[in-house]
Design a protein around this ligand. Structure first.
Ligand code: GLP
Length: 244
């Protein structure tokens, strides 16, 4: 496990973009796993800049997003599909047919999850996966529970996540209660994982995970402790409760 602590959100974003840039330049047909939320916005901004100013080429890159809300059309400004095009895909030269984001409008979300894992397998697996973390320790939309699904599929969002994510919606009432999420299997099969964490609000959960060194389904991100190539990039506020 590598841990990088940065002075600021900007430095965290640049260091993350450095890793992704290196991987894309080394392997132009890389398979990316991508996250949403507020944390990756700076990283995407930096990758867009490097594409525009430094010829970072995404033309053969393939990508799989972690999750999508059930019931949101891609055109809905709160959907993760809309977010990904706004923040990244519309501004780089990725081939749109190489972009995969779970379809929140699918008629059969259960079968859709199976199909999604199959597509990831057919692409050869994810080479490098970007992750953020929820305040309750969720990754993708794998929420704290008694058990976690290995396969991708439908998940029920917790009250905490609905509350945390309501800032992206008109009100809490508008936040969908279900999502399609990449399962823990596809997440942990990624060859390389980069977890980015920013801000005081994440300090308690990061402290709990890194100080305790224990794996529990009650904090899904603890499963990352079992992976052999994870880099945690935390700004100093997010890292402030770590004592190891
Ligand atoms: C959502 C996403 C996660 C993300 C989390 C944290 O719930 N499904 O993939 O990591 O939000 O978001 P933020 O970066 O806005 O704190």
């Amino acid at each position: 496990m590598n841990i990088i602590v940065t002075e600021s959100y900007e430095e965290m974003s640049k260091k993350t973009a450095d890793i992704f840039e290196r991987e894309v330049r080394n392997n132009p047909s890389l398979v990316l796993g991508l996250a949403t939320g507020s944390t990756p916005i700076g990283t995407y901004r930096e990758l867009v800049r490097r594409h525009k100013e430094e010829e970072l080429d995404f033309s053969s890159v393939r990508s799989f997003n972690l999750d999508e809300y059930i019931g949101l059309e891609p055109e809905n400004t709160s959907s993760y599909t809309y977010y990904m095009y706004e923040q990244l895909f519309n501004h780089i030269n990725i081939d749109k047919k190489n972009v995969r984001i779970p379809d929140g409008m699918t008629e059969d979300p259960v079968r859709y999850g199976e199909k999604y894992d199959q597509l990831i397998r057919e692409a050869g697996g994810i080479d490098i996966l970007l992750l953020g973390i929820g305040t309750n320790g969720h990754i993708a939309f794998m929420e704290p529970d008694e058990e976690l699904s290995v396969d991708s599929g439908v998940v029920e969002l917790t009250k905490q996540t609905i509350k945390d994510n309501s800032r992206f919606f008109e009100s809490k009432k508008h936040v969908p209660t279900q999502a399609i999420s990449m399962g823990m299997g596809s997440i942990l099969r990624a060859k390389k994982i980069v977890m980015i964490v920013s801000g005081k609000v994440k300090a308690p959960i990061i402290g709990e995970i890194l100080n305790n060194g224990r794996v529990t389904t009650k904090i899904p991100a603890t499963f990352l402790l079992l992976h052999n190539d994870v880099t945690w990039i935390c700004d100093k506020e997010a890292y402030s409760r770590v004592t190891i």
